[in-house]
Design a protein around this ligand. Structure first.
Ligand SMILES: *Cc1c(COP(=O)(O)O)cnc(C)c1O
Length: 346
């Protein structure tokens, strides 16, 4: 099956020239230059200059750790912006559609609504696996993107590699794998398969394992051709100077983050063992993420009781297939202990 990227791009985006910023036209090679081209304030305070619109330093560092090229990377103000750019580059309002799973991360639906794109929701199976046939039956000539979140939020599981490969091989649009929780998964990343599938896109975020939710940094990895299109429509200065600088600094030393991930994984195991002993916990779903979805006797009641004792958890009961479920994020060992105390006191 031949993949035709050009056919997928919105007509108005095909011919777009990106805004050419002063910082695009000239970047210093390190020699001392006088910059009086961008109407910035000349007085140094660390942030008086516009940030690099192409985030070259940061992308080079990220490319190195993924053995890809900076040309395979788009950065955004959180992965929410990255996902929005995907809609805006490929989906024609009031005409095209996307396919998302349910239950899943709520932002795909929100972004579809904002961009006036039909969202075709396909229910996961009872075991939260992809229903590949139903997904492909939902595809028509206007289907531009399938969004998969793996490991999936709020269910916690990773989708079967075989199923995702089947979709990649049998869908002529783009397939986005949102890997927000990949650092907690036993299953490998789809990054290594970008070369194999021209329609594959992988998104990541620094908001979860990397501990930078406040920084707002999201990443999209894809073929150079796809990234070129996204670059055409991204706001020039979408990743601010402080974010670029802080992320660069933090990504260089990931030893601490790796320790934290290891602790979260061992705490996750411990919590699963402890939760299993609680009488009103009816089911603990397998998880590849930094949270655990559990079925309880009465989620609305338990949620209120837990809240009254000072712990905020997520009630996922209104989601399809998630009736009477609560989602617990793995906290520090002390926080997890507090949750267990609360749960055991009910
Ligand atoms: C938390 C989360 C994100 C993070 O989005 P940011 O905008 O980068 O903070 C993305 N995708 C999923 C599935 C998430 O759960």
């Amino acid at each position: 099956m031949k993949f035709d990227l050009y056919r997928l791009v919105r007509e108005n985006v095909r011919g777009l020239k990106p805004y050419s910023s002063a910082r695009d036209e000239y970047t210093s090679d390190g020699s001392k230059m006088v910059f009086i081209d961008a109407n910035e304030s000349p007085y140094s305070n660390g942030i008086n200059r516009y940030p690099d619109p192409q985030q070259r330093k940061l992308k080079t560092l990220l490319a190195k750790s993924s053995s890809l090229s900076p040309a395979n990377i788009l950065l955004g103000n959180g992965s929410d912006e990255v996902l929005d750019l995907i809609f805006r580059a490929f989906c024609e309002p009031h005409k095209d559609n996307v396919i998302t799973m349910t239950p899943t991360y709520g932002m795909y639906k929100v972004l579809a609504g904002i961009n006036a794109i039909e969202n075709r929701e396909v229910l996961l199976t009872e075991s939260f696996e992809l229903d590949v046939n139903r997904i492909l039956e939902s595809v028509n000539s206007k289907t531009k993107v399938i969004f998969l979140c793996s490991p999936n939020n709020p269910t916690g599981n990773s989708f079967s590699v075989k199923h995702i490969e089947y979709l990649l091989n049998n869908f002529q649009g783009l397939l986005v794998v949102d890997e927000a929780y990949i650092d907690f998964a036993t299953q490998g990343s789809w990054l290594n398969k970008l070369g194999q599938f021209p329609n594959l896109m992988v998104t990541r975020t620094f908001s979860k394992a990397y501990g930078m939710a406040g920084l707002r940094l999201g990443v999209c990895y894809a073929s150079e051709n796809i990234i070129t299109i996204l670059n055409r429509i991204k706001p020039p200065y979408n990743v601010n100077e402080l974010t670029q600088r802080k992320a660069f600094q933090m990504i260089q030393n990931t030893a601490l983050v790796e320790e934290q991930i290891a602790e979260i994984l061992s705490e996750r195991d411990r919590m699963i063992g402890q939760l299993a002993k609680i009488s009103y916990v009816k089911k603990i779903y397998p998880t590849d993420a930094n949270f655990i979805l559990v079925k309880v006797d009465d989620a609305d009641k338990r949620y209120q009781e837990i809240l009254e004792l000072g712990v905020v958890v997520r009630n996922r009961s209104t989601q399809p297939l998630c009736y009477n479920t609560l989602r617990f994020t793995i906290g520090t060992p002390e926080e997890n202990e507090t949750l267990l105390k609360v749960l055991n006191s009910l």
